[in-house]
Ligand binder design. Structure first.
Ligand SMILES: Nc1nc2c(ncn2[C@@H]2O[C@H](COP(=O)(O)OP(=O)(O)O)[C@@H](O)[C@H]2O)c(=O)[nH]1
Ligand SMILES: [Mg+2]
Length: 367
């Protein structure tokens, strides 16, 4: 019988989920797996989808709503992958501001999926720097209600995946290991770097060897959860840019650092701002801000041409209309009269109250 493993990789905005998905997708393909990917967002035009779809990877997108509020969309995406590529493994990335996945996704999946599917433990990725903030009991650069979501994500994890260990030293790592043992004794913890690959295989092997999943259902205050999501303005946009010869790597750097500087100066917290610039030749240029200006990261070749497609996804703690005005103004300043902008997709929103299709109050034991 053909079997498919489903591996969900959750965690807060900017934790490194997509980078990790990309890393393990390559590993699994090298091992002979057929890999399907599922991305998820509140609106279409996703940088994650474009990023993962490079290198001929099959990506299904659930956009317009999160997995938990559009459970049938998640099932359709799994079905779609099954009918197109018959994957041996599906890697799914839920929206970074979502929590309560054990109750709203794992238990219903355990109840509804037939024996041809195996569910891996719920893996929740956290950025070491945010975990250090929690350890030091420091105010994080997140609104308290958004930090509540991050806390709940860790609480419900079967596996906690501490990412970006390339940014900390051995002593800090040992401290965080002890801290998680004390605070999250029910979860298995892994330390890795999706960027360098260190530690990735150990976690992947463990995640693919187990079907012990959705073991914890946590209490979630949906008022607080809704407020935590609503503090973030959301903007997804795709534009065609055309005009004089432009260095797109430089363009990406200046666009995001300009947005970052303005947001920092206004005291606005950034959830995640990411940009994808596709030119005629691959690979594309990808740039990310996952907090203040110093988190700016630009990847991709130096490339000069007269046209590119720009996709921008921004989540920052300000009203969507203000976020939209800021992005418009920044792009206008950057493009000036040198580049024409044609809008292909433009949506800004404030996420609504989460209303999951299902919410189980007990852990399901698959029959
Ligand atoms: N230093 C470092 N940066 C990383 C690592 N993993 C991801 N990142 C960076 O973190 C940012 C957000 O990554 P992404 O995968 O898009 O996060 P997501 O929002 O959780 O999907 C990007 O700039 C990545 O390059 C890592 O292991 N180390
Ligand atoms: Mg992502």
């Amino acid at each position: 019988m053909h079997t498919t493993r489903l591996l969900f990789i959750g965690g807060f905005l900017g934790a490194g989920k997509t980078t990790l998905l990309e890393n393990i997708s390559q590993r699994l393909r090298n091992q002979g797996h057929t890999v399907g990917l599922i991305t998820n967002d509140q609106a279409p035009a996703l940088v994650d989808t474009l990023f993962l779809a490079q290198n001929d990877q099959e990506v299904a997108e659930v956009s317009g709503s999160c997995f938990c509020c559009n459970f049938s969309g998640l099932i359709s995406a799994i079905d779609h992958l099954h009918h197109t590529i018959k994957p041996t493994i599906v890697l799914a990335e839920p929206v970074g501001s979502c929590t309560d996945l054990s109750a709203t996704i794992f238990q219903p999946l355990k109840q509804q999926l037939d024996r041809s599917f195996t569910l891996s433990p719920l893996s929740v990725v956290i950025d070491t720097r945010r975990l250090l903030d929690l350890f030091h009991n420091r105010a994080t650069d997140l609104h308290p209600d958004a930090a509540y979501i991050l806390g709940k994500q860790l609480e419900e994890a079967d596996m906690i995946v501490v990412n970006k260990i390339d940014l900390i030293d051995v002593q800090q790592r040992a401290t965080l290991q002890e801290y998680l043992k004390d605070t999250h004794p029910r979860s298995t913890c892994f330390f890795l770097s999706a960027k360098t690959g260190e530690g990735v295989q150990d976690w992947l092997d463990a995640a693919c060897a187990s079907n012990d999943c959705g073991g914890h259902i946590v209490e979630v205050d949906y008022d607080k959860y809704a407020k935590g999501e609503a503090v973030l303005g959301w903007l997804n946009a795709t534009l065609a840019l055309e005009g004089t010869a432009t260095d797109w790597n430089h363009f990406a750097k200046v666009a995001l650092s300009s947005l970052g500087n303005q947001l920092d100066a206004a005291g606005v917290n950034v959830g995640h701002i990411k940009l994808f610039l596709a030119t005629e030749t691959e690979p594309a240029i990808v740039a990310n801000l996952t907090g203040p200006q110093e988190t700016l990261d630009v990847r991709g070749p130096q490339r000069v041409s007269t046209a590119a497609y720009l996709t921008l996804n921004a989540r920052a703690e300000l009203p969507p209309a203000d976020l939209e005005a800021l992005v418009r103004q920044t792009l206008q300043t950057l493009c000036g009269s040198a580049l024409n902008q044609t809008v292909i997709e433009w949506q800004s929103l404030r996420p609504g109250r989460p209303q999951p299709t299902y919410r189980y109050d007990h852990v399901v034991t698959p029959s």
